[in-house]
Every structure is written in C-alpha cells, then in structure tokens.
Design a protein around this ligand. Structure first.
Ligand code: EPS
Length: 388
C-alpha cells in the first residue's frame, strides 16, 4: 500500500536540533544530499539576515529511510543541528514580557497561559523552516526523476518589482541570475533596489517583507482533484504557503488581479497545436497562463505559478507600541536578535514547500510502492492522455 506523502517537523530555534520525518516516499528514490545542503545554504543567505546566520552552518544528517543514498520505502528521518543551542540557558535571562506586535508572542502567551513569551517564540521562530526546506528538498527528488523543475525567487518588495518572465528556455539563465543576486531576484536592477530598500529599513531600525514567487515547470495535467475541496491542489498549495512563518497572502496565477477584469480577459484560451503534443499539455496549448497552471483544483499542463506575500519581520530594533505583562503599562516591544529582511530566505522555503506539495500530488496520482511502479503509472497515463 503506497502511503500518502507527508512530513512533520520538530525542534526549537535554540534547541539542540531541528528534525523532520518524511513519510510516503516510494523505494528507490535517489536522494541528492548535496542538493539538500545547497538548499539549506541558500535559505541561510540573502541580504538583510541577522547575526544568527554567521553562527550556523546548516547541513542535513539522515537518520533513517535511506540505504546507499536511495529510499527503501520507510520514513526518511533527518536532522539539522543548531550550533546556537542554549534553550535552557535562555531561562536564566530575563523573561520576554513585552510582546512584539506581529509575532506569536501575545497570542502564544494567552494560548498557553505563560507570561514569558520565550516558550512560544522558540517554536514560532522561522528557524524551523530549515527542517521544512530539507523535507521539501528530499521530496523533490521524485520530481527530478520526471524532469519537473521548481524555481523560486523574490519578485519584489514595496515599490521594487521585477517584470521577468519565467519560461523553460530561459530557466537556467534565470537560476544563475537569481543566485548571483543578493536578494534572490533574477533582475539585477530590482535586486539592487531591494538591497537599497533593506539597507534603508535597517538604518531606520525597521524591517521589510516582500513577494516570493514559485514556478513549477514540467508538471503533467491532472495533479490534484476537483472532487473534494481539500484535494484541490490550489487549496493545498495555499495551505502550504500560508503555513510558512510571516506569510499573509497567497495568489495563484493572476491571483487578486482576477477581480479587476472581465472573464474574457482572465480565462486562458485553449488552442490545439499538434506540433506540441510532446509538451506537458499534450498539445492543448494556452497562449496565456492567468490560471497559473491550475483549473478546477487540477494541473492543466501549464506551469504552476504561486505567489506569496511575506509581511515584514515583526522584531523591530526600534520596537513597536506594546504592553508589559503583569502591570499592563504601555511599553515598547522587546527586541530579540533578528533579521531586517528574510524575504530571500522565504523564497527558498516557499520553493521547497511548493515542491513538496507537487510531489505529494504527483505520488497521489501515480502511486506505487517503488519508483518502478510510479514510472509505469506515469508512462501509462501519458500514452492514454495523448488520445484525448
Ligand atoms: C527569528 C529570530 C532570529 C532569526 C531566526 C528567526 O533568531 P535568533 O533569535 O537566534 O537570532 O535568526 O531565524 C533563524 C534562526 C533561521 O535560521 O532562519 C524569529 O524570531 O523568528
């Protein structure tokens, strides 16, 4: 019985380690450990990160599920050590009693009935996303085997916006341009503007968020389902992206702009191009992709396009109006070592979170205990779909 792909993480920001268990991978998936480490390193980078990243060197250690670099069908267990591990020593420092607006501090203290925000913030911290990136990077090894590519980048922030078009033919150049940028934006001019913006926020003891975008190229049609609301792939993607710390909005394709146009200017015409039968849309080409590759909660063979909005980091060096627990007197919120912007890192988290959901939907459709069976199911489907 093929099990659904899922994962769970555990670990606190200053605990000994972050861990993840990825369950539901078929056997014989080749796991590229270097790629997992590469994604972890990218997540640590980007202009605007704080001092913590100079302390950590995130590398993955596999504790179960692999033999000779390949899955054996059992849960894959992984660990990323925290060098800045001092969760118990932090108990000796003064309690955090002036909750930061925007952070989990207040809601967490009220939820767990603790007047020290530290307990909640340790788990709410975006440090946890290291485990999520590793889980996504593991799961996308399945996508690699089918030529499905996932590309995440920073689209902009405030008044900086890059107009770059993501297409298969230019993907390698875009990846190189993104990786050369300081804020993971493939357009050098916008990247420089973002650096300037983050620098300005830093000087003003403030923070800045932005927009991250992920494109998935090479997805076959039919991933996801229109049959039940919680099987719709757009819903699953939105859930996964909203689950990333600090994300406040998700759009698919044209997204919120759909509300500004009539239907004829939103829906993507369908044309048949016999010369394009080898493409993932099997010849049912779309001159535009406003749907972001998803119709009826299912992939349609066009690239999947997801955009997420990250709010600015809630720890401001200059603080925000807050209240002291106990006395209820007004007070500036507490300052904890933090980042001015983590939007570049968030684009890596989102890329891998989206990859995980695509891999999950792929394995739901082409389920099998081994990659051999998954491959056979995929090939059979492709033959049948070409007859439509
Ligand atoms: C975070 C606060 C900072 C960030 C952290 C997220 O941690 P610290 O308090 O140790 O300086 O650096 O992000 C990471 C550690 C990371 O690896 O992304 C927060 O409060 O969310």
């Amino acid at each position: 019985m093929a099990r659904p792909l899922r994962y769970q993480t555990a670990g606190e920001s200053h605990g000994p380690a972050l861990v993840a268990i990825v369950d539901g991978l078929p056997s014989d998936v080749l796991i590229d450990v270097q790629r997992v480490d590469h994604e972890l390193a990218r997540r640590q980078g980007g202009y605007g990160r704080g001092a913590r990243q100079r302390l950590e060197t995130d590398v993955v250690e596999f504790l179960g599920g692999l033999r000779l670099g390949r899955t054996i069908g059992s849960p894959v267990a992984l660990r990323i050590a925290n060098k800045d591990s001092r969760i118990d020593d932090l108990a000796k420092t003064p309690p955090v009693t002036r909750p930061r607006p925007g952070h989990a501090d207040l809601a967490g203290s009220l939820k767990y009935l603790v007047p020290d925000c530290r307990g909640t913030l340790e788990r709410a911290s975006a440090r946890e996303t290291a485990a999520r990136v590793a889980a996504g990077a593991v799961a996308r090894s399945v996508l690699d085997a089918f030529g499905i590519r996932v590309f995440g980048f920073v689209r902009g922030a405030c008044d900086a916006w890059c107009d770059v078009d993501v297409r298969g033919e230019t993907l390698d150049a875009l990846i190189a341009a993104r990786d050369a940028g300081e804020v993971y934006c493939p357009d050098a001019t916008t990247d420089a503007k973002l650096v300037e913006l983050i620098h300005r926020a830093k000087t003003e003891k403030d923070t800045v968020g932005g927009w991250c975008e992920v494109h998935v190229l090479g997805c076959p049609p039919g991933l996801g389902s229109c049959m039940n609301w919680d099987d719709r792939l757009d819903a699953r993607l939105a859930f996964a992206v909203m689950g990333i710390q600090a994300f406040k909005a998700v759009e698919i394709g044209l997204g919120r702009e759909c509300g500004e146009r009539f239907g004829s200017a939103v829906h993507d015409p369908i044309v048949f191009d016999a010369n394009a039968r080898g493409e993932t849309h099997f010849g049912f080409a779309r001159p535009s992709n406003n749907a972001g590759g998803l119709e009826g909660g299912m992939t349609n063979g066009m690239p999947v396009v997801v955009r997420g909005t990250m709010k600015p980091i809630s720890t401001l060096l200059r603080g925000m109006p807050s209240v002291e627990f106990g006395t209820h007197e007004p007070a500036q919120s507490a300052y904890e070592r933090s980042d001015v912007s983590a939007v570049a890192a968030a684009s890596v988290v989102m890329e891998n979170a989206v990859a995980f959901e695509i891999a999950r939907a792929f394995l739901d459709k082409f389920a099998g205990d081994s990659m051999h069976e998954v491959r056979a199911a995929y090939d059979t489907y492709c033959v049948a779909a070409r007859l439509i």
